[in-house]
Design a protein around this ligand. Sequence first.
Ligand code: SAM
Length: 232
Amino acid sequence: MRIDVVSIFPSYFDGLTLSLLGKAQSAGILDLRVRDLRDWTFDRHRTVDDTPYGGGAGMVMKPEPWGLALDELAETGDSAGARPTIVFPSPAGEVFTQATARELATREHLVFGCGRYEGIDERVFEYAATLGEVRLISLGDYVLNGGEVAVMAMVEAIGRLIPGVVGNPESLIEESHEDGLLEYPSYTKPALWREREVPPVLLSGNHGAIASWRREQQLERTRTRRPDLLPE
Ligand code: SAM
């Protein structure tokens, strides 16, 4: 999979060279390229923002650098003729979930455009739709200073679903949200730690009993912590 990220703070993404996503890039499974939006500016101050039409607080990201960035990045998808999916993180977008991650993990080419200030000139989203599929996606119902942290979270959630990124694919199946429920509690050695025991069923070797206990725990956790996930 090819992922392009455009940001005015590209060094935010240095963390994505670590751990599983770093290894996936070294192995050629993930082609992640981070670009500075200011590379598509031509004035002395490398300006990417301006005052909002109609007045109001804050600055708005100018459309010109975004237009040039998208022209260049949308064109260079690896498979001939494939249109990218262009994701703009936004608190006013659809909420990102595991289902969104699964859907986007099937794409060949993703482009992420990180907003800053009061956001990006609205015409950029319209123009981007002429180049590919456009998605405005929110990390949750709160406001961040910029799209970088949201894009890092999305790239990590999507990236670990790309075949070959996580060594044991079974560990993906049993996780929270994969079957609509939260994951059961996990324990490791020692069996007794600070007067707290591991639930005896996990030491029993009875795989059927362990599976039913884990299922009950999943249901109980979901009921108490996230009842909204359970069907009505
Ligand atoms: N004025 C915008 C609004 O009220 O919708 C918020 C702008 S925010 C300060 C700047 C940038 O941060 C946004 O353009 C977006 O890229 C990013 N951002 C902020 N909150 C976000 C969230 N919950 N999910 C995804 N991106 C977010």
